[in-house]
Design a protein around this ligand. Structure first.
Ligand SMILES: C[C@H](O)[C@@H](O)[C@@H](O)[C@H](O)C(=O)O
Ligand SMILES: [Mg+2]
Length: 490
C-alpha cells in the first residue's frame, strides 16, 4: 500500500466564549487543531491531528500559516512512500520527518515543525491500527520488544537510555502482559478531571462542576492557579471543603512564575496538600524545575511538567536533573507516538510515573492509548500514574474517549456488548477521526458555525482584517507583494 496524498484542515472551536480551557497564562483559548488525513492507493485512510489553542493554526488570506503550512511542508516526506516500508523501519521514518536537512533549521525538533511532525506520525499510526483492525494501544502491546525498539529514534539518548536498556525494560515486562491487559480492561485507566476548575470559572461554577464530577465517580481533580495568591487560597479552600481531605488535588500554574516566586507561592498553598505543582515556570528551564522540586521536597509536593516539553532530549534532562516527579507526555507536542515511546522508557528507567496531559481537543482520545500501553508494556504501575481527562468537545469524534467511575474505558474493537450499545466505539486506530459535519461546521474561517459567529460579532472575521504588516509598514509593498496580494484577495 502506498500513501498517495495528504489533506490538512484548520478546525477550531469557540471554547474561549465560556472560558473552557482557560488558565493563568492562556486566558482565552479556542481549542483547535490542524487535522490531517492520509490517503492511500487502497480504501484505507489514516487520521491525525495536532492541537493548538487558536491563532497559529490558520491559513489566512495573506498569512500562510504556521501549523497547517508546516504540515504541508512535510508532505514530500510521506506522500509516495510505501506504507509497509515505513512501519518496518518506523524509527528511521520518524527521523526523516524531524531531521529534513533544510526544514530542521526551523526547529530542530521543537515548536511548530515538531507539532507538524506529530500530526503526520500520528496519522501513520492510525492507518497502521486500521489496517490491523486494532486500537493503537493493542497494536502497540502486540508488538515485540524488538519491534517497539525499532520505532524509536535513539539519537541523543545514548547517555540516558541505550537501545539495549530499552530492550531489557521491554523484555522484563513481557511476563504478566496478559494479566495487566485483563486488569485494565476490567478496571479502566484511572484519570483526574481538569474541567472543574479552569481559571476563568467563578466559585459557583467550580462548586457545581466538582459536585457533578464527584457524583460521576471522579476522586482526583486539577485546579488552575497562579493569577493571584489570595484568590488561589480562596478557591483551593473551597475545593478542599467540597472534595474533602482524602480525594486528590493537583494544581497547575501554566508557566506564570519566576523560579523563586514559584517556590514561595507553592509553599503558601502547601496547606491544601496538592500532589503536584504543574508547570511552575518556563517549560524550558530545566535547572529552574530542579530548583523548585528540591525546594518543595519537604512539603511532599512534586513537580509535574511535559505538555510544553519540546522533545525527548528535554525530557532526558528533566529526568536526570530531578526536575520532574510526574512526566506529562503529550500526544502532539513531541514527534508523535515514536518519540513518546522513548520518553516512557526513560521514565521507567528513572522511576518517574507517566501522567499524560490531555487538556485540549483530541488529546484525551489519543493519550488513553498511550497510558494503557505504558501500563501493560513498560511501567506496570497504576498507583502513581494517573491520566488527565478534560470534558470538552468529545462529541466531535467518531470514537470519543469514554469515562466510567473516573476511569477511561479501554477503547476496544472486540467487545460485542459495547459494539451493540454504541456503534461509535467500533473503530480501530488512534480514535482521532472527527465527524464529517463537525469538520464542515468548524473549519476556520469558512465553516457555517464560524460565519454565524462572525455575523453575531462574537469573533472578528479574519477576511475583514487588514494584515498588520500592511497597515504599519505600507512602504514595504513591493510589486511582488502587490501581485501576491491581488492573487490572494481576488
Ligand atoms: C490552554 C490549555 O487548556 C491548558 O490550560 C491545558 O492544556 C492545561 O495546562 C492542562 O494541563 O490541561
Ligand atoms: Mg497543564
Amino acid at each position: 500500500m502506498r500513501i498517495r496524498g495528504i489533506s490538512v484542515r484548520d478546525i477550531r472551536f469557540p471554547t474561549s466564549l465560556r472560558l473552557d480551557g482557560s488558565d493563568a497564562q492562556h486566558v482565552d483559548p479556542d481549542y483547535s487543531c490542524a487535522y490531517v488525513v492520509l490517503f492511500t492507493d487502497s480504501e484505507a485512510k489514516g487520521f491525525g491531528l495536532s492541537f493548538t489553542i487558536g491563532r497559529g493554526t490558520e491559513i489566512g488570506k495573506l498569512f500562510i500559516a504556521p501549523l497547517v503550512q508546516a504540515i504541508r511542508s512535510l508532505a514530500h516526506l510521506v506522500v509516495g512512500q510505501d506504507f509497509e516500508a515505513i512501519v518496518k523501519d518506523f524509527g528511521a521514518f520518524s527521523r526523516r520527518l524531524t531531521n529534513d536537512s533544510q526544514l530542521r533549521w526551523l526547529g530542530p525538533e521543537k515548536g511548530v515543525l515538531h507539532l507538524a511532525a506529530s500530526a503526520v506520525v500520528n496519522a501513520v499510526w492510525d492507518l497502521w491500527g486500521r489496517t490491523q483492525n486494532k486500537p493503537i494501544w493493542k497494536l502497540l502491546t502486540d508488538l515485540t520488544p524488538e519491534e517497539l525498539v525499532s520505532c524509536v529514534d535513539f539519537t541523543y539518548l545514548e547517555d540516558a537510555l541505550t537501545k539495549e536498556e530499552a530492550l531489557e525494560i521491554l523484555r522484563s515486562m513481557v511476563p504478566g502482559k496478559d494479566k495487566r491487559e485483563e486488569e485494565i480492561r476490567s478496571s479502566g485507566y484511572p484519570c483526574y478531571t481538569t474541567s472543574s476548575g479552569w481559571i476563568g470559572y467563578d466559585e459557583d461554577k467550580i462548586r457545581n462542576n466538582l459536585l457533578i464530577s464527584m457524583q460521576a465517580g471522579f476522586s482526583k481533580f486539577k485546579i488552575k492557579v497562579g493569577q493571584d495568591l489570595e484568590k488561589d487560597k480562596k478557591r483551593l479552600r473551597l475545593v478542599r471543603s467540597i472534595i474533602g481531605d482524602n480525594r486528590q488535588l493537583m494544581i497547575d500554574a501554566n508557566q506564570v512564575w519566576e523560579v523563586d516566586q514559584a517556590i514561595n507561592w507553592v509553599k503558601e498553598l502547601a496547606e491544601f496538600k496538592p500532589v503536584w505543582i504543574e508547570e511552575p515556570t518556563s517549560p524550558d528551564d530545566i535547572l529552574g524545575h530542579a530548583k523548585v522540586a528540591q525546594a518543595l521536597k519537604d512539603t511532599g509536593i512534586g513537580v509535574a511538567t511535559g505538555e510544553h516539553c519540546h522533545n525527548r532530549v528535554m525530557f532526558k534532562q528533566l529526568f536526570k536533573s530531578g526536575g520532574m516527579q510526574y512526566c506529562q507526555i503529550d500526544a502532539c507536542r513531541v514527534g508523535g507516538i515514536n518519540e513518546n515511546i522513548a520518553v516512557m522508557l526513560m521514565a521507567k528507567k528513572f522511576g518517574v510515573p507517566v501522567c499524560p496531559h490531555a487538556g485540549g481537543i483530541g488529546l484525551c482520545e489519543m493519550i488513553q492509548h498511550l497510558a494503557i500501553f505504558n501500563f501493560i508494556c513498560i511501567s506496570g504501575d497504576l498507583k502513581h500514574s494517573v491520566a488527565e481527562y478534560a470534558d470538552h468537545l468529545h462529541e466531535h469524534f467518531i470514537q470519543p474517549a469514554r469515562i466510567k467511575h473516573g476511569c477511561y474505558i479501554v477503547p476496544d474493537v472486540s467487545d460485542m456488548m459495547r459494539i451493540l450499545n454504541n456503534l461509535r466505539n467500533f473503530a480501530p486506530g488512534y480514535s482521532v477521526e472527527m465527524i464529517g459535519s463537525s469538520l464542515i461546521n468548524y473549519e476556520y474561517p469558512l465553516g457555517p458555525k464560524w460565519r454565524e459567529m462572525f455575523d453575531k460579532k462574537l469573533y472578528e472575521d479574519p477576511s475583514k482584517q487588514v494584515p498588520p504588516y500592511v497597515e504599519h509598514r505600507p512602504e514595504t509593498r513591493s510589486s511582488h507583494f502587490q501581485r501576491f496580494h491581488s492573487i490572494q484577495t481576488s
